[in-house]
Design a protein around this ligand. Structure first.
Ligand code: SAH
Length: 346
């Protein structure tokens, strides 16, 4: 079985022609696939053709099996994939539009100490079409309220490490950007990495104007190693150099994510070191107070200390903001909903 969402219109057309189907069928089917409609709903296609197609292709590789809506309108989805695996996504409502946070892998093997997505390791990579289908499904789910497509911005910040699934993620970016498909501008997409240095260079060389976000969480290698195993492989200096290269290649300002963990990375020494490593680089720091994960023994930096940390960075000339927490009441943090689901299943 092939996933139609994995394929470009051109590829579907070639396949259909080989099947002896007329070319216009590909266009019709593609339009439905982009709207999240299954074969049953493809009303302008005769039953025999639909039945033939459904034996060879999957039109929608995932469905929403649970939806939580927060008091701030944030929606959290639990999706079931065609093979029974579950992943999650979040749709956040901002003044300028809606940002969908997509997963790139089922689980994760990066092992970050504060993150729920990695608790059960990596199950498998998602294909390009499975990542795209998260966007298609979120659009379909919100179609009634919005004349236009609901999802205006995309962040690759759900479960998984995008650069650990490099080719499928790049495939997804090209599909979602395609004018025949959803036509989402690269500038409205942000990709977040825990700092896989070789892939940061590889991605920069593609020169897609995608926003790159790097999860730094500590400017000090020793401390970073305590919370992020990947820091044993790449130093902060190597990451900053790769980020600088990304900026040079794409002209996009790099954003550093910094999750504030009490007593771990929120002191004056940390702020000074952070200012030191970012010196002379047009970067922005996104501070997020830890969204504590039950299975992990870490606490969030208190509000007043977070404000202090922000003040220290600003006085050291670092551009920084504290990110508003959204959807905390609905298990908004990476991987929490899926973990709850997995626990209740077993
Ligand atoms: N693997 C990628 C993208 C997924 S995580 C990466 O590491 O960047 C997206 C962001 O959420 C990262 O900055 C990650 O460190 C952060 N994050 C994960 N769990 C969190 C939690 N419990 N509280 C706050 N931020 C968290």
């Amino acid at each position: 079985m092939k996933l139609l969402a994995d394929m470009s219109l051109e590829e579907i057309t070639a396949d259909f022609l080989a099947e002896g189907l007329p070319k216009y069928r590909a266009k019709q089917v593609y339009k439905w696939v982009m709207r999240g409609v299954g074969f049953d709903g493809m009303t302008d296609i005769d039953k025999a053709t639909r039945s033939l197609l459904s034996q060879k292709y999957i039109a929608c590789p995932l469905t929403i099996i649970k939806k939580l809506v927060s008091s701030d309108k944030t929606q959290k989805y639990l999706y079931r994939l065609h093979d029974g695996n579950v992943i999650e996504g979040v749709l956040m409502n901002y003044k300028y539009g809606n940002t969908l946070c997509v997963s790139t892998q089922i689980g994760c093997r990066m092992g970050c100490k504060f993150c729920a997505s990695t608790l059960n390791g990596l199950v498998r990579n998602l294909t390009a079409g499975e990542i795209l289908a998260q966007v298609i499904t979120a659009n379909a789910e919100n179609a009634a309220q919005n004349e236009k497509r609901a999802v205006t911005n995309i962040v690759l910040m759900g479960s998984g490490e995008p650069f650990d699934n490099f080719d499928n993620v790049v495939g997804f970016l090209k599909l979602v950007n395609s004018p025949e498909g959803l036509g989402v501008s690269y500038r409205n997409i942000s990709l977040s990495t825990c700092g896989l240095v070789p892939e940061m260079y590889r991605f920069a060389d593609l020169r897609l104007p995608v926003n790159l976000t790097v999860s730094l969480h500590s400017p000090i290698d020793e401390k970073r190693r305590e919370i992020m195993p990947i820091a044993n492989k790449y130093s902060v200096k190597e990451i900053i150099n790769a980020a600088r290269y990304y900026f040079e290649q794409t002209g996009r300002r790099v954003i550093f994510e910094y999750t504030l963990i009490e007593g771990q990375n929120d002191t004056e020494k940390d702020a000074k070191n952070l200012a030191g490593v970012l010196k002379g680089f047009p970067a922005h720091v996104n501070l997020i107070r830890l969204n504590p994960v039950r299975e992990r023994n870490l606490s969030a930096t208190k509000n007043n200390q977070a404000q202090k940390f922000l003040g220290m960075l600003e006085s050291l000339g670092v551009s920084a903001t504290i990110r508003r927490q959204m959807g905390v009441d609905i298990n908004g943090a990476c991987g929490q909903l899926r973990n709850d689901y997995l626990k209740n299943e077993s």
